[in-house]
Design a protein around this ligand. Sequence first.
Ligand SMILES: Cc1ncc(COP(=O)(O)O)c(C=O)c1O
Length: 416
Amino acid sequence: MNTPQHPRHPAGPPAPLPGSTTLFALDPGTAHLNHGSYGAVPVPVQRRQAELRAAQERDPDAFLHDAPDRIARARAEIAAALGGNPERLALLTNVTEGIAVALDTVPLAAGDEILVTDHGYGVVTRACERRAADTGARVRSVRLSPQTPDGDAVAERVLAAVTPRTRLAVLDLITSPTARAIAGPALLDALRERGITTVVDAAHAPGALPVDLGGEAGGADFWIGNLHKWAFAPRPTGVLAVHRRWRSRVRPLTYSWEHDRGFPRNVEWRGTCDYTGWLAAPAGLALIHRIGAERLREHNARLVEHGSRQLVEHAGLRPLPAHPGLPMRALRLPAGTAEHEHSAKALMAAVHRALRTRIAVRPWPGGGILRISAQLYNRPEEYTQLATGLPRLLTHRAGPSGGGQGAARSSSSSMP
Ligand SMILES: Cc1ncc(COP(=O)(O)O)c(C=O)c1O
């Protein structure tokens, strides 16, 4: 995989797309350069959810009685957009929940190993640790330097950590702290050839990258994505795609009235609940379709590349290897800055206070990692303002202790 530092679009920032100033309800006094954490729900999708809520309140009995079938129809639309089979894909709350379902479903025994990487999402790694503690298995975490140049080098490191005891690999499609690809098709194939069950954390994929689940689980045993990050769905909306070999064995977290109907309904239904977000999710996908999925991705990739350049030129940050076409970029802060959870959070708060800008900062030994995102509503000047204002905030913070105490491992970070 080719992952140069600034892979595409040397021509500069893109022109704004139609709707850039009207489609979102974000506070115009703040530059929201952190779409990757929680997304933002476009106004038409908010309206669609409000209509559904109103219908629910007009006749709760009818609405909730029909809800499992309504969910099935929404799921069919979502599955079509992701290239999935609606019988092998369940809607659920979010990736945190989907990971729990996958971990609960895969049998593990004493001595088995679960493979993760140190770029994995903190609470996903912790969920693996809890499952390991319950079963006598152990978690083996592959250390990857944030500078590891490309997907082949990453795959090599992951495969080198496989042992005869490895049963399960839980890997990110796109990592949260470093915005890079790990679970590519070649790595998933290689793991499957070794008899290892694979769970892909695809939290950032829908809407950010072209997704084709291939009617199954995108080359994995379990593939879990969020629609509320990049696919314009109301929070919380996640999807869990499972390979057919697991379908009858999936263990829902909640025993419900839909239990006996099997996957996916047994995972989706959790009794009386507000399902309107899932039901409005197809409106988010339809909006992306109207804007043009490729056009939107191209816009966002160009804009984030521009943002990354600004941070290199004005703030002297070091860009980490980038995944082509992705709307997120990660850059290394100077050594001594944001190396701990406390100081990373303090830097995010300082950036918000002083520059009215939202960014993500992840603690990392040797210098924290700053992540920017780009979405339809962002403008090139927002990145320039961040890049020119950041240096004075960094000089206050650099120092041997990074200005704070606490765990330095990224898997301890509670930040999305
Ligand atoms: C890679 C990754 N996995 C999992 C999650 C958890 O997502 P959620 O809180 O929606 O479950 C996140 C959140 O940002 C993430 O970035």
